[in-house]
Design a protein around this ligand. Sequence first.
Ligand code: GUN
Length: 295
Amino acid sequence: MSTVIDGKTLASKLRFSIKQAVSELKIEHNIVPGLAVVLVGQDPASHVYVKSKARQTVEVGMHSFEHRLPENTSENELVDIIEELNQKPEVNGILVQLPLPDQINSERIINTINVNKDVDGFHIENIGRLSSGSSSLVPCTPAGCLILLRHTIENLSGHHAIILGRSNIVGKPVGQLLLKENCTVTIAHSKTRDLPSVCQRADIVIAAVGVPELVKDNWVKPGATVIDVGINRITDSLGNKKLVGDVDYESVSQVAGAITPVPGGVGPMTIACLLQNTIIATCRQRQIRIPPAIE
Ligand code: GUN
């Protein structure tokens, strides 16, 4: 039976440090970081995420600005809103919830965000900075995965990590972060041949493909660390709706050395890292030291 990697508790500890950092910024510099979240359309999952992001932003003592826009918002209207947010000194971080409706070009929108306010780390300049190893705002889910891995494995150097999925949000940036940790990185995807046996060779498995319970016990090397990024809503054989990851938790937890549950693994870490990025962005904009509580 594997160790369960408790993302909920780790995220709560990180939020505690963030709260301390926010209070230090207020006392020492009279600054309250502000995060603007922009949501276009009616996607139910996105509404849940945005509500949670706004609530946690306020809970750690920061300002939250929510912009909920109708489904038929045009690309130019959205660009105008982002340009306004770019100008506002009280807004230190801007996040546009993805996916956006079809009439909007996401890439144009992301690259309209001021690179220093891009707390998602999706701006082309932040991607380039991460890939070339210079300091950047790091995408939140990959940053959360790295914290969970560092908590589980003392020294990541030399470990073979396989990442299932090559998205810009998770797969590619988590690969960059693990390269920086001196892991040997394989990024697998839908065209990878014989995925189970490629996966079997890895010490670390990061599953981020959006296929419910894809990774089975015979895909995983005994003792490997498994990080499940998937969040899939399914109806089980008894007709019950439930949330599952990209890993078949029941079977894989018999083989893995350590594994993240869904829910309660990567998910809570993502928002905590978003709050952390908002503080980092604030400090860089104001050219002040990042409070030691989150360094
Ligand atoms: N949609 C799913 N994950 C994310 C994320 O990390 N950031 C944004 N902006 N949208 C998302």
